[in-house]
Write a protein that binds this ligand. Structure first.
Ligand code: ADP
Ligand code: MG
Ligand code: ZN
Length: 479
């Protein structure tokens, strides 16, 4: 089956619904701890078990976190009302979920992707999470399970559901959206954004239409993707499935589909015909939430710098493009301060971005320990030509592992600065040692440059600045 994207006569339309767990200390309507990975059914009480007579009390911090998210997504923050969404499921002991229905706390915002593309945010509302059901036996699916276990620790954990407009047109755009949204959520401090722990869960609505058509096609909602990679695969598979169906004379039925990671395909879960009537009605045990203008303004004033702004700042400081992968990596990992500590000039800033994105990023624990001043010194040494980039990487690894002063570590490793006179001499020697190859290089056999660079590297025991060496070789040849 071809992928949806490869087809130029069809267009894929995607809208995403992202559930994000808030990192509050306690749950949305009770004082139970909100904590992942604990012994099942230890963080529970009559409220989150839905026992008769228990009453919800709204968590103020959860509301504030939701407001942070709304502010970061340029939403209108408004008076909102909780509703009961009624349906039965064993992991939801009240038989209804408390959620915001027609009046969400955040509405009508937007998010800019690093590419500059804008994606509309329809709403970002507060609701409570359900418990977690684990189907035992039969590969984890309910159909073949021998029995199921329910853990209510997650029941009542605060969620914000962020609903995008159907503004995305490819799996790449959808992934870029989730990546950017996750970075924003983490930056606000409202969520840890961990997809692998389920604190970020993405449902994808996918439809296709012939290119040039203005009306949207019928969509399917895909659930159960737990990584950006499976999100992309699921969208591509689903778009291709719908295209093939329509081209064969069929029609897409609106339904919820389940992504099967191992099989690499989506399968029907339930169709809209058997969809629930949730019988929404206002939650009588909770008053409307109506944040004052002062509270809204205070939340906005305390919001930290967001990823887009931070990327722009790093790009301006380093001269690198704002959508470069290295800049994005630094911001995604929140290591801006490390770069900023080393960014005395454009040259040091661009070296710092590269070292953080390439070396520091691969070891988050060492990154947290890394001494800002030592890192800045190392960057200055590389930018100033005292260390080649290969040497700088080696020294950086050493100070990440064991600390220490970069100049001292470099000296210990025998990385003395090579002055340019020494390099000149080595280049001459290497040329003299291979006269035939040199003649061929001069005649235009470009691949021989590698041979000379290798020889220079060997002769200097890796101390030469290879960029400078290649400039010297070309100068000797005359360009
Ligand atoms: P519902 O109320 O059934 O959940 P919404 O209109 O709120 O439906 O849309 C839910 C999600 O589906 C949103 O993210 C929206 O962008 C997306 N969506 C709506 N129509 C389409 C479509 N035709 N193709 C792709 N996504 C769509
Ligand atoms: Mg929905
Ligand atoms: Zn509780």
């Amino acid at each position: 089956m071809t992928t949806g994207e490869a087809r130029t006569d069809w267009e894929t339309v995607i809208g995403l619904e992202v559930h994000c767990e808030l990192r509050t200390q306690t749950k949305l309507f009770c004082a139970c701890r909100n904590s992942f990975g604990e012994e099942p059914n230890t963080n529970i009480c009559p409220v989150c078990l839905g026992l008769p007579g228990s009453l919800p009390v709204l968590n103020r911090t959860a509301v504030e976190y939701a407001m942070r998210i709304g502010t970061a997504l340029h939403c209108r923050i408004q008076a909102s009302q909780f509703h009961r969404k009624n349906y039965f499921y064993p992991d939801m002991p009240k038989d209804y979920q408390i959620s915001q229905y027609d009046v969400p706390i955040n509405a009508d915002g937007w998010l800019d992707l690093p590419s500059g593309q804008r994606v509309g945010i329809v709403r970002a509302h507060l609701e409570e999470d359900t418990g977690k059901t684990t189907h035992m036996g039969g590969g984890g699916r309910i159909h073949d399970a021998a029995h199921s276990l329910v853990d209510y620790n997650r029941s009542g954990v605060p969620l914000v559901e962020i609903v995008s407009a159907p503004d995305m047109r490819s799996a790449e755009e959808a992934r870029a959206y989730v990546d950017e949204l996750r970075a924003i959520l983490v930056a606000t401090g409202a969520s840890d954004g961990k997809m692998e722990e389920g604190s970020l869960r993405v449902d994808a609505n996918v439809s296709v239409r012939r290119r040039g058509e203005t009306a949207f096609g019928t969509r399917c909602e895909i659930k159960n993707m737990n990584s950006l990679r499976s999100l992309g695969r699921a969208i591509d598979y689903e778009a291709a499935r719908q295209i093939a169906l329509i081209e064969a004379g069929g029609a897409v039925t609106q339904e919820t589909r389940h992504w099967d990671e191992n099989a690499g395909r989506t399968g029907s879960m339930r169709s809209k015909e058997e969809a629930y009537d949730y019988r929404y009605f206002p939650e009588p045990d909770l008053v409307p939430v109506d944040p004052s203008p002062e509270w809204i303004a205070a939340v906005a004033a305390e919001l930290p710098r967001l990823p887009a702004e931070r990327r722009a700042a790093l790009a301006a400081a380093s001269g690198l493009p704002g959508d470069s992968e290295a800049v994005a990596t630094v911001v995604r990992l929140g290591l801006d301060d490390l770069v900023e500590a080393a960014a005395a000039s454009t040259a040091t800033a661009s070296v710092a971005v590269r070292r953080v994105a390439n070396e520091v990023a691969s070891d988050p624990e060492a990154a947290a320990r890394l001494d800002r001043v030592a890192f800045a010194r190392l960057v200055a040494m590389e930018a100033g030509g005292e260390l080649t980039s290969a040497q700088a990487r080696t020294v950086l690894k050493a100070i990440m592992d064991e600390g220490g002063d970069p100049a001292a570590v470099a000296a210990q490793l025998g990385f003395e600065a090579m002055d340019s006179g020494d390099l000149d001499r080595v280049v001459d020697e290497v040329i003299a040692g291979s006269p035939d190859e040199w003649a061929r290089f001069c005649a235009g056999e470009e691949k021989l440059q590698g041979l000379f660079i290798g020889a220079i590297k060997k002769a200097t025991e890796g101390k030469a600045d290879l960029k400078a060496a290649s400039t010297l070789l070309r100068a000797r040849r005359g360009g």
